[in-house]
Design a protein around this ligand. Structure first.
Ligand SMILES: *Cc1c(COP(=O)(O)O)cnc(C)c1O
Length: 428
């Protein structure tokens, strides 16, 4: 075992990781990257098949983004937004409002998807309290939802495996069946006057294993919120920045939420940054004299970090100069073709996909067999990094990926599924 591997075992605690299993495994130690490949310390190359956990957009070490960060580094790496402001945060806010669904006009920065949703929940609650709707204290969220790992975002989450342990610490929410508008209507008809906001991952519930909602669902949720006077929060942390085939998933259904949460892809996958966008109506409800205490008392030390904002502006520039969304359209179509034979493999129960968000659900593995994980290990041997959600193999190619790399990624994934399902006496 190398020195680094040894030190990792000695000092680190990895996220979402059973450390006992980790110690038995030789995970690659990544030393550098370029375009859509990661390289380990032994110089082995791997396709980055899940965009470094769903955030990389234009590839690694993109010269425009690298350059923007270096330029900003020559000015200032960090300066607070409490009592001060700076150009990258200002310019990025203008750009985000310009591309967001019409009606979202204010940008509140933070550092991760979890904080972006946590902020939306707090804003919605406070908005209702100071808008004469003191009874509106409850949130509707979807079963199997994932909005992050902080206590507020876990409260609106619905993945028992991740969330059940913490139940006593969480605030109670109303849970609706994913994609079932009749179920949500029932909730509204029973308790509509108590509902502050509905929070959804628009179109695709990513961490649930790519649950894809039926067309029209998001629009119908928007209409229900309007009918009953509740706010709609769209968590575009995973779906934003091109992954579903449009810049934001809401665009597919012409929906403007009252709040939109952005993170993961916002910096092109370079640096931690998040934004919660709100309507002017919400913003204005927070205006008042100091002794009215309508201020939003929330902010993180690294809120609106200038390096991250500079990366985000550069990423938006690259969307334009390289016509990234046209590439997404091409990849979307190609993925449909490439995955058709994969859906026919034995032990593949179902493939769920919207745009570049793909979940390949395997069949017949017992929990300890860790079918999805075995496929990950097999893919690693063949030169691709993927990461499953249980027995759902996830592919999340970067929006800018070239077609040759995408073909190779699907081929490796397919070969790995075949290898694992043939060698295991699955379900037998
Ligand atoms: C990943 C994710 C989050 C959490 O983002 P972090 O940056 O990991 O805190 C929130 N919502 C959705 C939909 C996500 O996919």
């Amino acid at each position: 075992m190398s020195d680094l591997a040894e030190l990792d075992r000695r000092y680190l605690w990895h996220p979402f990781t059973q450390q006992r299993g980790w110690h038995d495994e030789d995970a690659p130690i990544i030393s550098h990257a370029s375009d859509f490949s990661l390289f380990d310390v032994d110089d082995r190359e791997y396709i980055d098949g899940v965009s470094s956990l769903w955030c990389n957009v234009h590839g690694h070490r993109h010269p425009a983004i690298d350059g923007a960060i270096r330029e900003q580094l020559d000015r200032v790496a960090h300066s607070t937004m409490l009592g001060l402001t700076h150009e990258p945060a200002i310019r990025l806010a203008e750009r985000l409002v310009a591309i967001a669904p019409e009606g979202l006009s204010r940008v509140f920065y933070s550092d991760s998807g979890s904080t972006a949703t946590e902020i939306a929940v707090k804003l919605a609650y406070q908005y209702q309290q100071q808008s004469g709707n003191a009874r509106r204290t409850r949130f509707v969220s979807l079963r199997e939802a994932y909005h992050g790992d902080t206590i507020g975002s876990v409260s609106v989450g619905g993945i028992d495996l991740f969330h059940a342990t913490y139940r006593p610490l969480l605030f109670d929410t109303l849970k609706a069946e994913p994609g079932d508008i009749a179920d949500m209507r029932r909730i509204f008809e029973r308790q509509g006057e108590e509902i502050a906001a509905v929070i959804v991952e628009p179109l695709v519930q990513g961490a649930a294993g790519m649950i894809v909602h039926p067309p029209g669902y998001l629009r119908a949720v928007r209409e229900l919120c309007d009918e009953f006077g509740a706010l709609l929060i769209c968590d575009e942390v995973a779906t934003g920045f091109g992954r579903t085939g449009r810049m934001f998933a809401c665009e597919h259904e012409g929906v403007t939420p009252d709040m939109m949460c952005l993170a993961k892809g916002i910096t092109g996958g370079y640096l931690p940054l998040a934004a919660t966008l709100t309507s002017e109506q919400i913003y204005e409800s927070f205006l008042g004299d100091h002794d009215e205490f309508k201020t939003f008392f929330h902010g993180h030390t690294y809120t609106g970090n200038p390096l991250a904002c500079a990366a985000a502006i550069a990423s938006l520039d690259v969307f334009e100069t390289e016509e990234t969304m046209a590439n997404v359209a091409a990849l979307d179509e190609l993925l449909g073709e490439l995955l058709a034979p994969v859906a026919e493999l034995p032990r593949v129960r179902e493939i769920r996909r919207r745009g570049l968000m793909v979940g390949i659900e395997l069949d017949g593995f017992e929990v300890p067999e860790r079918g999805g994980h075995q496929v990950t290990l097999a893919a690693r041997e063949r030169g691709a990094i993927i990461r499953p959600l249980g027995d759902t193999v996830v592919l999340m190619p970067a929006p800018a990926m070239d077609t040759g790399t995408l073909r190779r990624l699907v081929e490796i994934t397919s070969d790995s599924i075949v290898a694992v399902t043939q060698s295991a006496q699955v379900g037998a």
